[in-house]
Structures are given as C-alpha cells and as structure tokens.
Design a protein around this ligand. Structure first.
Ligand code: ASP
Length: 659
C-alpha cells in the first residue's frame, strides 16, 4: 500500500476535545483507527489519539470515489491523518466525551498500516488477554485506556512528589547505579567488571549509604526518585527493579520525617478523590503483631486477634491445654467474626480455610461456630457445661458468628491468623474498598535471629538506630532491642519504611558486632561509612516509599505490573525483549566469566614441530574437525587450553608426551 508522508499536515485539534461548539469547523486530526464500520452507504471509523476518540463519517454516495476507496482499505490500528468538518450527530453517544459530534471526512492520509493486533487494544470491561501475551506485545497493551490511565497517574504522582519535596527545600541528588553491595538483606544483582578481572559491581538495593553520606556532606534534605534492584523471589507486589522515593534528612526525629511524608500522602490521595487528612495513627510493632498478626495490618475493618490461652488451662482438649502449660512459649489465639453469614459458614468453606491454614504451617483449623442451630465445633466435646459460655464471654461473642483458633508460637499463630483475618474480612465483605487507611507501624525490633545464618540479622538494615531506651540491650539481649524504625502502611501494604540512623562510629561498631560482623569485615565492606561517621556526621533519619506499590494502590490495581510500563514476569523475565538472554562466549571471556577448561580432541595423527607461528584459528578449526573423528578413526588425543596451546598429546597406541 502506498503510504502518505506526514509532509506539512498538522493537527488543529485533539480528538478527545471536539464538542458541539466546534460544529461547522474544519479540523485536522491524527491518530489510530480503532474501529471501521462499513454500512454500505455510510462508513464510520473511530479515530483515537492520546486525548480521546472521535467518530469520523463518510457518506459514500456523495463523497469523492477515490476517498471512499481509500477509506475502505483502512483496518484497525492504521495510523491516519484526517481532515473534515465537525457536525452534530444524529444519534448521540452519551458514553463518549465527543459523543455529540462526528467529523465528516474530506481528506484522509494513511501514514502507516498495521497488522491485526494479537491482543485486544480496546478496553472492553473485563476483557483482557492472557498476561503473557500482553507482556510480549506490551507496546500494544500500553495502547489500552486502562494502562494509559495508570501511567498518567504514575507521572502525576512523581510530579506532585517532586514538587512537594521542592517546596520543603529538598535537593534531588543522583547516586550511582554501579556500586558496591548494600545490605538491605536481599540478594544483589551483580555486574562483572571487565577491567578488574574477578571483581563485581552490585546494583543498588537502595541508595542507603549514599544518602547518609550526603548528610555528612551537609545537604540536610535529600530526595531522589530512583531505581533499586533486588534479586528476590517475586510476588504480585514485587519486581526485581522498582522505584523508590528515597528521602534523608539531618537533625530530625522520626516525627519530623513522618511530618514531611503525611502531607504528601494527603496530596496524592486527593488525586484519586480520597481524603486522608488528619494525623495518621501510630501502632507499635508489638501491638500490630498481637492484634493483627501482621506488621502491615489492613485496618479498614475491625477484626482483631485475641489471646484465649488462659481459658484452656484446665480443658480436656490436650492441644490447647498444652499451650496453656507452656509458660507463654505457645499460645492459643483466636479470631471472632460476628454475624449470621459467619455463623452459616459451610463445612466446605471451613475446609477451604483449613487448607490455607495448613499451607501456612498449621496442623489444622480448630473452630467454634454459632449458627441457627446453635454450636458446632471441631472440639465440641470439650465445650460442654460452662465451657461454651466461658468461651463466648472471653471472645466477647454474642449471637451468631464464627471463631477460628490457632495454637503455637507467636510467630506461627500470627502467620496463620494474620492471613485468615484478611481472607475472612474479604469473604464476609467487611472491607470498605473505598477507604484509604494509612498508619505508621513503629518501634520495630532492631534484630531478628536468622536460623539460616545462625546469627542476628538487621530487621531494617545495619545503620538503623537502636531505640535510646534499649541501647544497653545491644550486648545483653539483642533480640529484645527495639529500633527507631517505622513503616508506612496503607490498606495492608507496606508503602514505605525508614529509620533514624546511627550517626556515631561507636554505636555503629557495636551494631556490627551484634550482627556478627567483625572489625575486619566492617572495614572491608563499610570502611567509607565508618570513616564518614568519624568526620562529623549529623543526627539523621529518612525513609523510602515504594512508588510502584503506592501507585498500584492509588490506581486501584491489584498488581504492580499494571503500573509499570515494561515490567518483568513473576519469573523475572521480560517477555517482550526476552531478557535475560544468553550472551556470546567472547563477551563472557572479556568479563572473565568463561570457565577456562582444557578440551581434549581426538586426532587422526599427532605431529610435532618446533616452529612457532601458523594461524592459530585454522589450527583450532582443523583440530576441531579432527576432534569429531570416531574413536576408531582416531590415532591420538590432544588436549588444548582455551588459547589453543597444547597441554598434552598422546598417540592412542604409543607413548604420552607432556608439555
Ligand atoms: N533504604 C531503606 C529501604 O530501601 C529505606 C530507608 O531506611 O530509608 O528499605
């Protein structure tokens, strides 16, 4: 097909802005053909550009036959220029912003054709193609209105964020991408150095150390919207590379950092029509775990975990009584869900919940349910006499409802009930989806014991300040030491996290010691930080917001891939570019990554000459061809290193020669 050049043709209007006011005007438009409908005497086509869609119309009977012929060649997604007169529509389309008008075509330019898209580009409600295909053809997928909307929102969020920090006198500083491993606790992405054989850069898991160093340099208020990289197993709300709004401030307490972040959240929530003004609640980590079984609780619904251990001190139910006898090592914890729906929960639904509980490590799912026909329970025979009433009173239960239980260590029961709490809230429609519930979870533990490493590891990172009241515990009871660390939580997601930092060498050294990092290792890994701390580091603190996750929640999407232009799959692969992909041996060699293993070839005959020179490549090729000989044809074996130098040669019948 003959394509038209763009030439001097330029648009007078954007497609989405045409209204009745424009009637009678001649307009020139650009865009993609969305739908062509040939009705015989009339031809309609929708033209889409970034700003919207407008209907073009061609009256076949009185139009120029050449124009009609051209219009009939148009298929979906052809790239067009159109000229025409805006007219009022006979039958209006109230679902379209431009639905009162259409454009009577007088001229059509075809700038490009398009193959039939392998995925629907139009956004029919609920009609979305297989995600792998969408990611493979992401450039088409991104034409869909839903994704366009998400990316505009993302851009808006980034702009508001930059402006917010500018208003507060923050400076944006870029920090290196090729850097040294930083200890956020995840696996690093490594980049081999060509110049320094066997040495590697790490991609930053965050600019943590650099932003602290910028405080030592005196910038006082730093922000950066930056990419971070973590080689972790992926979940729906994680990507191997992600964007953080990274913040650091000097001479601050945690309230000062929170005080800068909260008004930003108010502004961002407003973009999507939510009012979250007012102080965000603070919840101690300990309470979050006790009441919600999670350090990022969804507090849009009032469903709390309860301790029921003492109730079973004299129970015949061994499983529960054993916990009551364990001196607090193990506890019985419960969630009570009031209401008829919960009381009428079926056997099958309970089995499904139990399945989830088992996947989370529980042995089963003890329950007590009060429905229309009274009590049914997996441990009913132990609830005879007063026991039933005592249980109800303890749980604060009246009327119909369902109580589920978990028994074990706090970590085990929190894991099971924290997850079931969310599932039950959803199942019983207790979640107000229109609500944005922000809160700060504070006073996180500083350290946690790692079974894998058999030592304490930092809950946040090793530069987090111990709580001033717990400083002495660093040596005496490290596990009990709290940190001045805080997470910002929204609707059950962690959208940010930060801490007040250690700013003196002595405390930093004590912290490293608590982490089992000796002096030598500390110097090798963080010598520059320790040096910097000794040259006048101010008290400092900061935080990082996960921009992708935040935009996902603002957009009401259920997956961060929906707010990232070119995301990777859960298997950490880009289906469009097919990265990661193998590279050729030459590149690997340059990067010192090719294992230099000697190869042994079968040869037809073994000759030896003392002369230097010859063409090593040809010699290599000849040897490889000879190497394909069958053992029967071969008369000898030659072993070469990967420079083509002979390491060893032997005739299959005769003696072996060493080189
Ligand atoms: N660097 C930390 C993180 O990425 C955030 C912070 O402490 O500012 O989680």
């Amino acid at each position: 097909m003959q394509l038209d050049p763009l030439g001097t043709f330029s648009r007078t209007h954007r497609n989405g802005e045409l209204r009745l006011d424009h009637a009678g005007k001649t307009v020139r438009l650009m865009g993609w053909a969305r739908k062509v409908r040939d009705m015989g005497s009339l031809l309609f086509l929708d033209l889409r550009d970034r700003w919207g869609i407008v209907q073009l119309r061609l009256d076949i009977t009185d139009a120029d036959p050449a124009l009609v012929e051209k219009a009939r060649t148009i298929r979906s997604e052809f790239v067009l220029g159109a000229e025409g007169i805006v007219v009022e529509r006979e039958s209006k389309n109230p679902n379209l912003a431009t639905g009162d008008v259409e454009v009577k075509l007088t001229k059509l330019l075809i700038f490009n054709t398009a193959q039939t898209p392998p995925i629907p580009v139009e956004d029919h409600e609920g009609q979305t193609a297989n995600e792998d295909l969408r990611l493979q053809y992401r450039f088409l997928d991104l034409r869909r209105a839903a994704l366009q909307k998400n990316l505009y929102l993302r851009s808006e969020v980034a702009n508001i964020t930059r402006n917010h920090f500018r208003e507060h006198e923050f400076i944006e500083v870029e920090t290196p991408i090729l850097t040294k491993s930083t200890p956020e606790g995840a696996r690093d992405y490594l980049v081999p150095s060509r110049v320094h054989a066997g040495e590697f850069f790490a991609l930053p898991q965050s600019p943590q150390l650099f932003k602290q160093l910028l405080q030592v340099s005196g910038f006082e208020r730093y922000v950066q919207i930056c990419r971070c990289f973590r080689d972790e197993d992926l979940r729906a709300d994680r990507q191997p590379e992600f964007t953080q709004v990274d913040v650091e401030m000097s001479f601050v307490r945690q309230e000062d950092v929170q005080g800068v972040i909260e008004p930003l959240m108010v502004k961002l929530a407003k973009v999507v029509g939510k009012d979250v003004s007012g102080l965000f609640p603070r919840l101690a980590y300990k309470d979050a775990m006790e009441w919600y079984g999670s350090d990022k609780p969804d507090v849009r619904y009032d469903l709390k975990l309860q301790d029921a251990t003492s109730l079973f001190a004299n129970s015949g139910f061994n499983l529960f009584r054993a916990a009551a006898d364990s001196n607090g090592q193990r506890r019985v914890r419960a969630i009570w869900v009031p209401g008829e729906a919960a009381g009428a929960y079926s056997r099958k639904q309970l089995d499904e919940l139990q399945e989830v509980a088992k996947q989370l490590g529980a042995g089963g799912l003890p329950y007590a349910k009060w429905g229309k026909d009274g009590l049914s329970s997996s441990f009913k025979k132990f609830l005879e006499g007063d026991a039933e009433a005592q249980l109800k009173a303890h749980l604060g239960a009246s009327g119909e409802g369902l109580a589920i239980f978990a028994v074990g260590t706090d970590a085990q029961t929190s894991k099971v009930l924290g997850e079931l709490r969310q599932r039950m809230a959803r199942a019983f429609k207790m979640v107000d989806e229109s609500k944005f519930a922000f809160l700060w979870v504070v006073d996180f533990p500083l350290l946690e014991w790692s079974e894998e490493h058999e030592r304490f590891v930092a809950c946040h990172h090793p530069f987090t300040s111990p709580h001033p009241e717990d400083m002495d515990l660093l040596e005496t009871d490290p596990g009990a030491c709290r940190a001045v660390a805080y997470d910002l939580v929204l609707n059950g997601y962690e959208v940010g996290g930060g801490s007040i930092r250690i700013h003196d060498t002595l405390t930093q050294t004590r912290m490293f010691r608590a982490l089992g990092i000796g002096e030598e290792e500390a110097r090798a890994k963080f010598g520059f930080l320790l040096d910097a701390l000794s040259y006048g580091a101010p008290p400092m603190g900061g935080l990082a917001l996960g921009l992708d996750r935040l935009v996902m929640l603002l957009a009401g999407a259920d997956n961060i891939r929906e707010v990232i232009a070119f995301p990777k799959t859960a298997q950490a692969r880009c289906l469009m570019t097919d990265a990661p992909s193998p590279v050729d041996a030459r590149q690997l060699k340059e990067l010192h990554l090719l294992k230099e293993t000697p190869q042994t070839y079968r040869v037809g005959a073994v000759f030896f000459e003392s002369a230097e020179g010859g063409n090593p490549e040809l010699r290599g090729q000849a040897l490889q061809q000879l190497g394909q000989l069958t053992p029967k044809q071969a008369q000898g074996l030659v072993t070469l290193d990967n420079q083509g130098q002979i390491l060893e040669a032997q005739t299959l019948s005769g003696p072996t020669f060493d080189f």
